[in-house]
Design a protein around this ligand. Structure first.
Ligand code: GTP
Ligand code: MG
Length: 203
């Protein structure tokens, strides 16, 4: 799939002000600093579309982007940044949960995991929470440029084993590097296939 247009639409903390849920939507979630906003920029060929920062806690709103005038990409705040004040972390948590439950047009949630680290409790708990609430999700292992091929393979294999402790089947898994453009074709192809088969429930 070619991205022909990618436009910033709006930034919200109030879910009721998000765009009407009448187009397919794909959102990016994961720990603060894992590379959500950078991945959106890489996928859309637009380095300045989503705001990125080397300091965790940069994205603090629900950000909607209109792609090819026909579907939405959404950049969400990260979870698990210990240095944020407790009240702000609680606010992000309720914003994220509210978003996931209320966006009936959410086709799949891409959960980003830093490929350099062993499985973190907070990610495993979040993934389990998604499973318990029947939220469709896929995993993207980010920043793969920071690992050599062997270490990346080992890291992925270890992570899959960890997931298989809790799950019978593995979700769809992607590997990405926003620096090198890795993962772009696979992720866009996946979205394109979903767009052909899934239509938003407008009831
Ligand atoms: P929050 O909005 O704070 O939750 O962070 P985020 O998940 O949106 O991360 P962001 O995209 O802002 O990136 C965080 C840092 O990681 C930035 O310094 C990016 O340049 C860097 N980064 C993101 N993706 C990659 C990648 O694929 N490779 C490398 N080497 N660095 C990356
Ligand atoms: Mg961000």
């Amino acid at each position: 799939m070619q991205i022909k247009t990618a436009e910033f639409l709006m930034s919200n903390t109030d879910l009721t002000k998000c765009p009407e849920a009448n187009l397919n939507e794909y959102a990016f979630i994961g720990r603060s600093n894992v590379g959500k906003s950078s991945l959106i920029n890489m996928l859309t060929n637009n380095a300045g579309l989503a705001k990125t920062s080397s300091t965790p806690g940069k994205t603090q709103h629900i950000n909607h982007f209109m792609i090819n005038k026909s579907w939405y990409l959404v950049d969400l705040p990260g979870y698990g940044y210990a240095k944020l004040p407790k009240t702000l972390r609680a606010k992000f948590k309720s914003m994220i949960e509210g978003y996931i439950f209320q966006r009936t047009n959410l086709v799949t949630l891409f959960v980003l995991i830093d490929s350099r680290h062993p499985a973190q409790k907070i990610d495993i708990e979040f993934i389990s929470w998604l499973g318990n609430n029947s939220v469709p999700f896929s995993l993207i292992f980010t920043k793969c440029d920071k690992l050599g091929v062997n270490n990346l393979e080992k890291s992925l294999a270890d992570y899959k084993l960890e997931l298989l402790k809790y799950w019978e089947n593995l979700p769809q898994i992607f590997v990405s590097s926003s620096v090198k453009g890795i993962g772009k074709d696979d992720i866009l192809k996946y979205i394109s296939e979903l767009n052909k088969t899934v239509k938003p429930d407008l009831d």
